[in-house]
Design a protein around this ligand. Structure first.
Ligand code: NI
Length: 169
């Protein structure tokens, strides 16, 4: 089932998330729905906060469904390593219509559980490292807009406030 994606300003998006204690039927359903919602959007990643649940779960597929091995599901993820720097344009399904250049690690290793509760560790470089960092940020209540500084951030926040007041956000 496709779930509605919350937008910047919704309180859940700005909350810290809780560890998942057990992969219950509800969590299993949440993961299925997150995958469906991500592909329908379409997007390369989605965190549980974006569908209103402050839990440490994210899904990523930088191939957006084209590569059958592209889908990654992380429960209770943590960084093992991060290094290097990349600067690329980035967007977010919770901040539709806006993009900005964000500094991210060039390489990131994430460990956590897969959807069956088995441990997994995955190394990402380039776009995958960027996606990992972006989704990990969501689990800390941070959106890419929060990573920006100065005028770029102000411009986006001001436009969002304007859209919100107009009932278009
Ligand atoms: Ni996002």
């Amino acid at each position: 089932m496709i779930r509605p994606i919350l937008k910047y300003g919704d309180s859940v998006l700005h909350e810290k998330t809780r560890i998942v204690d057990a992969i219950t039927a509800d969590i299993d359903r949440l993961i299925d729905d997150m995958i469906e919602t991500m592909y329908a959007a379409p997007g390369v990643g989605l965190a549980a906060t974006q569908v209103g649940l402050p839990l440490r779960v994210f899904v990523v597929d930088i191939s957006v469904g084209r590569d059958p091995k592209g889908l990654m599901i992380f429960v209770n993820p943590e960084f093992v390593e991060r290094d290097g720097v990349q600067l690329e344009e980035e967007g977010c399904l919770s901040v539709p219509g806006f993009n900005a250049t964000v500094m991210r690690p060039m390489r990131a290793v994430v460990k956590g559980l897969d959807r069956h509760g088995d441990p997994q560790q995955i190394e990402g470089a380039g776009l995958l490292a960027r996606a990992f960092q972006h989704e990990m940020d969501h689990l800390d209540g941070t959106l890419f807009v929060d990573r920006l500084r100065g005028i770029k951030r102000e411009m986006i926040v001001r436009k969002i406030h304007k859209l919100t007041r107009a009932g278009k956000w």
